[in-house]
Design a protein around this ligand. Structure first.
Ligand code: ATP
Length: 318
């Protein structure tokens, strides 16, 4: 259960980069606030270029913010020991190409201060956990993108950290790989760990996160539990009909209901929360058979687009 003491606390974060000969300003982050509570899965979401990685790197002290404060484990300047309590998967994991999985994890374990026995045990365990058992004889340089992501995850988990910071952990993975990573994140949470991750694969996030911050153009545009952010009411209902002839379609058309034909079945789409009952009555009276009724509520993707448009601009315009 999440407690009140935040594991990560970001307040008023700004980061401006200077690029090129004329030192042009790039305002990557323009005043971000959020906190990650102990024991939760927190999603930092946003389109490409929104400022997610810049925020993560600031939390990790890999870059210095232009303004703002960041507390990690309650401290503004965490000690190296405190920093060892976190595991980090970078967006593009940096690996030594010529090392094999065990050698690479052994090196990472040494850097974390693990003893030889623990390193060997944990490396075996993590390699099995991320599904790389078949590739232990291969240099990492020959790994596919998905395999690189898996070895990156193994190194993040190696020292059993209490906070996992994962930058696009599903990137480069096929649907099975993405599910495995989702399961792994849930398992870690069940073990009492805290997870902060970034993603723009929203279907993955929807199933995972306790709370989210949606970032757009360097600012948080939505923040909180998904149950609070997403509109609870039904947005539209899809009614699938068999035996719906042209007369009935014309009748539905008169009611302002859009229909389309999918594999000899007619799908009627009713917008809004009311109206589905009327359509069902008309369809049944017209001799059609109702094959399925699906209510659609607002998804994270809808929220994402709604937010992006509200904050001025198409979601992927940077
Ligand atoms: N070192 C840097 N120098 C100059 N500009 C940078 C630097 N790092 C990031 N930026 C710029 O800051 C903005 C935010 O980048 P950032 O990588 O944080 O976005 P992101 O949300 O992680 O995007 P993505 O999902 O594509 O990884 C972008 O416009 C990017 O070009």
């Amino acid at each position: 259960m999440a407690s009140e003491a935040p594991v990560v606390e970001v307040r008023g974060l700004h980061k401006t980069f200077r690029v090129g000969f004329f030192r042009k300003k790039v305002e990557a982050v323009r005043g971000i606030d959020f906190e990650v509570r102990r024991g939760e899965i927190f999603g930092l979401l946003g389109p490409n270029g929104a400022g997610k990685t810049t925020s993560i790197k600031s939390i990790l002290r890999l870059i210095f913010p232009t303004a703002g404060t960041i507390k990690l484990f309650g401290s503004l300047s965490p000690s190296p020991e405190a920093l060892r309590r976190l595991g980090y998967l970078p967006e593009s994991p940096y690996v030594y190409q010529y090392l094999r999985a065990h050698e690479f994890l052994d090196l990472c374990g040494r850097l974390c201060g693990l003893d030889a026995r623990t390193r060997a045990e944990r490396a075996d365990e993590m390699i099995a956990r991320v599904g790389l058992g078949h590739a232990v004889d291969r240099p990492i340089g020959r790994f596919s993108k998905g395999m690189l992501q898996r070895i990156g995850l193994a190194q993040a988990l190696l020292h059993d950290p209490e906070l996992l910071i994962l930058d696009e952990p599903m990137s480069g993975l096929d649907p099975i790989g993405r599910k495995e990573v989702r399961d792994l994140i849930v398992e870690e949470r069940q073990r009492g760990k805290t997870i902060l991750f970034t993603s723009h694969i929203l279907s993955d996030v929807e199933r995972l996160c306790d709370r989210v911050a949606i970032v757009h153009r360097g600012k948080v545009t939505a923040y909180g539990a998904l149950s609070q952010l997403l509109k609870p009411e039904v947005q539209r209902t899809e009614i699938e009909l068999e035996g719906c002839d042209e007369t009935l379609r014309a009748r539905l058309d008169e009611l302002g209901v859009k229909t389309s034909v999918v594999e000899k079945r007619v799908v009627a789409i009713v917008e809004g929360e009311t109206g589905a009952r009327d359509v069902l009555e008309v369809a049944l009276a017209g001799g059609a058979r109702v094959v399925g009724v699906q209510e659609q509520r607002e998804t994270l993707e809808d929220l994402f687009v709604r937010d992006a448009l509200r904050s001025g601009g198409a979601p992927l315009d940077r």
